[in-house]
Write a protein that binds this ligand. Structure first.
Ligand SMILES: [Zn+2]
Ligand SMILES: [Zn+2]
Length: 77
């Protein structure tokens, strides 16, 4: 399996961008509440969005409780 395939499976957002309708492929993050998704500069920009511009979780509302999944994956923590 190529590195890009692994990255696509475990790293990048699989949601759809609203408006554009295309695949998001954004970097994903996890909140301390367990919710995972990408970060967008405004609310409801992606079907799998977890964080808005100010790092506020769209699910539980916590701010800054974010963990970058892609980097964590690469370091192997
Ligand atoms: Zn997304
Ligand atoms: Zn949360």
């Amino acid at each position: 399996m190529s590195y890009d395939a692994i990255k696509g499976q475990r790293g990048l957002c699989t949601g759809k961008r609203t408006g554009l309708g295309g695949k998001c492929n954004g970097q994903t993050f996890r909140c301390e509440c367990g919710y995972e998704g990408c970060r967008q500069t405004y609310d409801a920009a992606c079907s799998n969005q977890a964080f808005s511009a100010g790092w506020r979780c769209v699910k539980c509302g916590a701010v800054g409780k974010v963990q970058a999944l892609n980097f964590e994956n690469r370091i192997g923590a």
